[in-house]
Design a protein around this ligand. Structure first.
Ligand code: ATP
Length: 254
């Protein structure tokens, strides 16, 4: 069963048709990758899923409900969490303080600026944040300032913050961009662990074909704003249209 159904989505920026007739069906509990050359429309599509952009045409249904016209925080509350290309964490706060923010937001519906005062003495919030850090193998870093961590650990923290909201769909926008190979491999292992241990669907935009082929069960290839092909990783690897439009760009991918 599909948890996310995108039908005939189009988006124009002035004279540029960034997306046209995009259809995408993401099966529940799968890992679905969206790949394509630079400028293919991947980020625009993701932005249409989370309420940052409103498509000109088409529909986006999550778990049978339309996300169109909803604000990003409402879509987040429906169960869609997004991890950005650049980790969105609070560098001046400790790892534990960062973790408490989504825990509070989940409980209260939104994070309030006076939220900290309400954490004091609330052991259940602290327990939840610690449990998440333990799950993500970050408990020993809980007193560290987030800014002092490696790029891989920042990404790990951001993913942990998304998971604390118990999303049903996790959207990852180039989660390994700018990472060294060791951090990339750790992120692959982390995402595999998340997939194995949770009732969650993952949609991932990624340029690194090692990441895509390590994780994805289905792949949609976008080119010039429209899906070129959708198939299993094995079939995508050998698909002549894909090689021509995308994989030909990278020797790694062949
Ligand atoms: N806010 C905007 N205003 C005008 N044009 C935009 C805007 N956002 C994206 N575009 C254009 O839309 C097209 C698709 O961009 P998009 O960022 O979605 O591609 P992408 O596949 O994510 O590329 P990349 O892999 O380089 O991140 C590009 O030509 C881009 O310049």
């Amino acid at each position: 069963m599909a948890i996310l159904e995108v039908k005939n989505v189009g988006k124009r920026f002035g004279g540029l048709q960034a997306l046209s007739d995009v259809n995408l069906s993401v099966a529940e509990n799968s890992v679905h990758a969206i790949i394509g050359p630079n400028g293919a429309g991947k980020s625009t599509l993701l932005n249409c899923l989370v309420g940052k952009l409103i498509p000109d045409t088409g529909s986006v249904m999550f778990d049978g409900q339309s996300v169109l016209g909803r604000k990003p925080y409402e879509i987040n509350q429906m169960g869609i969490s997004r991890v950005f290309q650049t980790p969105e964490i609070f560098g001046d706060l400790t790892v534990m303080e960062n973790m408490l923010i989504p825990c509070l937001a989940k409980r209260d519906g939104a994070f309030q600026l006076n939220g900290w005062s309400r954490v004091v003495g609330q052991q259940d919030m602290i327990d939840k944040a610690e449990e998440m850090l333990r799950d993500m193998h970050m408990i020993d870093k809980r007193h560290m300032h987030a800014a002092a961590m490696s790029r891989g650990d920042k990404r790990r923290l951001e993913i942990a913050m998304c998971l604390a909201q118990d999303p049903r769909l996790l959207l990852l926008d180039e989660p390994t961009a700018g990472m060294a190979r060791a951090d990339t491999n750790n992120t692959i292992d982390l995402l595999k662990q998340i997939k194995d241990e949770r009732d969650i669907t993952i949609a991932i935009i990624e340029h690194d074909m090692h990441v895509v082929f390590s994780l994805a069960e289905r792949i949609t290839v976008l080119a010039q704003g429209t899906p070129l092909v959708e198939d299993t990783p094995d079939r995508i690897k050998g698909h002549p249209k894909v090689r021509e439009a995308y994989l030909g760009e990278s020797q790694d991918a062949a």
